[in-house]
Design a protein around this ligand. Sequence first.
Ligand SMILES: O=C(O)CCC(=O)C(=O)O
Ligand SMILES: [Fe+2]
Length: 376
Amino acid sequence: MTGREKRKAHACSADRRRELAKNYTLYLRSIDGDAEGTDTCRVWCRSSSIPIHPATGLRTDPHRQKSSADLVSGSIPVLDLQSSANSLPQLSRIYSEWGVFQVVNHGVPSTLLEEMKEVGLRFFRSPMEFKLRYACDPGSAASEGYGSRMLSKEEGVLDWRDYFDHHTLPEFRRNPSVWPDFPENYRDVVMDYSNNMKLLAQRLLRMISKSLNLPDSYIEDAIGEVYQNITISYYSPCPQPELALGLQSHSDIGAISLLIQDDVGGLEVLKNGEWVPVVPLSDAIVVILADQTEILTNGIYKSAVHRATVNSHLARLSVATFHDPAKTRKISPLHQLITDHSPPKYREVVYGDYVSSWYDKGPEGKRNIDALLIQH
Ligand SMILES: O=C(O)CCC(=O)C(=O)O
Ligand SMILES: [Fe+2]
């Protein structure tokens, strides 16, 4: 199967989910008896006529694509940033074949990673009335604050996820007074975390330039001033995990995303048509190449399609830090990577237009970047 055929096959299962999603009803649901004491959580739940599994009593969706956790063992590459054994060809292979990997010995203090997850957890486990004080504006795309769904379109596939989005960089966008003030170190931890993630993202972008035999700062310069957002996602236990996704299949739209997760597991990456679990490793940071890096590298490096699954017994928390170009930035394949044998694969795009199209069409799979493909 070609990559395009695989994406199409994958999109079919997403179509099927969208069809089923017509039967969703929204309600405020109390999740009590959650092992970790969560009180209330806003979730979307489905009331449909999907068959009920005889043993579990849960409704099942026979069309939901199985994750490869059920099919194969194995996980994504792990890169030790302190190791001298990281050869450029090895790095290139990881970037081009996977577009996602975990880094260890990355220089970010493990105490900060733990604090970031801890403050997020304290917020999500606080009473709903407190959380709603920070509610984001559901009518405006990518607004800062607490929310429960990613898309505002009625027909969209819905995610079993609560989140808090922070605008953290450039500094003029950073307004800690709109972030929670409980626990009391929340705002300081988010700022410290933001600064550390920016440094790591820059280091990784330099490694990417180097692996393409470009001057170190090349990709960073093409991206320009970094716009950074930090999203904490909280996936409460889902009574029917077979039917839901915490976050549907997508590629991130910016340049590079850095993600930490607790030890529950649920992040999966699409590779050769199969969903590969990203096994949580303590102190590791998951690096996810995003669409603008794919465009800049003329498709030599791929953005990774990923999703988050949910489970019936444990809540899960992740923190994703997105590094994007400014909305006015024009992004196109770097001319150093264009030759007679490898002509440009993508049309130039103004990043803000790319973002708008993403919000119009939805995140499914990679169809947004596909719209820029040049037919040769
Ligand atoms: O929660 C996760 O592991 C995935 C989060 C993610 O992909 C995102 O926020 O874009
Ligand atoms: Fe993502």
